[in-house]
Design a protein around this ligand. Structure first.
Ligand SMILES: Nc1ncnc2c1ncn2[C@@H]1O[C@H](COP(=O)(O)OP(=O)(O)OP(=O)(O)O)[C@@H](O)[C@H]1O
Ligand SMILES: [Mg+2]
Length: 297
């Protein structure tokens, strides 16, 4: 069982064609949706969680048609939106209790057990009496994931969950997701941060300008950048030149100038050596070569 997306298009009323014939199958496990700002990730996700209708196309989620069976779909799905906020002055545990009620857990006792369990699992038990809007940024995000997981969903959708988190909270958040992914659920993680994907997703897709340009394991994407990443040590003026012409991924100051890593089809300068690509290089190479986002000389 999985999520099957066919011929998905979204044209906003102002004519923006935000998704263009998206076809995708999302298996259980952690699935990364990677793309630059404006790629269409949030649009895709709002359709996936049945908050917005596509202009055309269909999505089947574990046997349910998300357009015709919204209620059932909501029951098997947890969602953490990109702009997750609290509108009412709830205490942390009250907020979770409310989320549990909304997701259909009717028994008060069952809710209490579930809320306590979630508070412990995301490390918010000690602050359960604090008002949710008084929590730190990282704690708010953890509360966000707790409300998404409260009813043991089959499908968990999170939109840009680590934006604005410090490294420690980021790792903590990823670990929470990885733990949830253990139970044969599908987790869809939308992000423009390559590190979020490389550290946790077994499968991924690359979305750019509304179109899918890659689907597969992150390692397969990395393979596509082999032979395209160069390392060189250059003096300041050469660095400036290269920086204007090519996507430069890493710059480290060294005694006689800069050590740089550059994505390019051919050596960007004399003395450049091939370098083993990582996912960030591959992402840049792929977006660059396919869609010309960066201008080459
Ligand atoms: N309500 C809307 N009406 C018209 N155009 C929209 C609307 N929402 C988004 N768009 C446009 O659709 C495209 C995709 O936007 P979307 O928010 O889905 O991208 P995103 O990948 O989530 O970007 P980000 O990384 O910045 O969150 C953009 O060009 C955006 O300007
Ligand atoms: Mg977005």
């Amino acid at each position: 069982m999985s999520i099957i997306i066919k011929g998905l298009n979204k044209i906003y009323p102002n004519g923006n064609h935000a998704l263009k014939d998206v076809n995708l199958e999302i298996p259980p496990g952690m699935f990364g949706l990677l793309g630059p700002n404006g790629a269409g990730k949030s649009t895709f996700i709002r359709i996936l969680v049945a908050l917005m209708e596509p202009s055309s196309g269909s999505i089947n989620m574990y046997g349910y048609d998300i357009l015709k069976e919204r209620e059932q779909v909501r029951k098997i799905m947890g969602y953490l939106p990109q702009d997750f906020r609290f509108f009412a002055p709830y205490k942390t545990y009250e907020f979770l209790d409310y989320a549990a009620m909304l997701s259909g857990i009717n028994s008060r006792r069952e809710r209490k057990e579930r809320v306590d369990e979630m508070l412990r699992s995301v490390g918010l038990y000690e602050v359960r009496d604090r008002y949710a809007n008084k929590l730190s940024g990282g704690m708010k995000r953890r509360l966000g994931i707790a409300q998404a997981l409260i009813h043991n969903p089959k499908v968990i959708v999170v939109d840009e969950p680590t934006t604005g988190l410090d490294p420690e909270e980021r790792i903590r958040f990823r670990n929470l997701l990885t733990k949830a992914a253990g139970n044969n659920v599908s987790i869809i993680l939308s992000t423009h941060i390559v590190g979020d994907i490389s550290s946790s997703c077994n499968n991924m897709t690359l979305l750019n300008k509304g179109q899918i340009s890659f689907v597969g394991a992150p390692e397969e994407l990395i393979k596509k950048a082999e032979g395209k990443v160069w390392r060189a040590i250059v003096p300041d003026e050469i660095f400036q030149q290269i920086n204007e012409e090519y996507p430069v991924i890493t710059t480290i100051p060294v005694a006689n100038g800069w050590e740089i890593q550059v994505v390019s089809e051919t050596p960007p300068c004399e003395g450049a050596e091939l370098f083993a690509p990582n996912l960030e290089h591959a992402y840049v190479y792929f977006i660059d070569s396919k869609f010309d986002l960066w201008r080459k000389g």
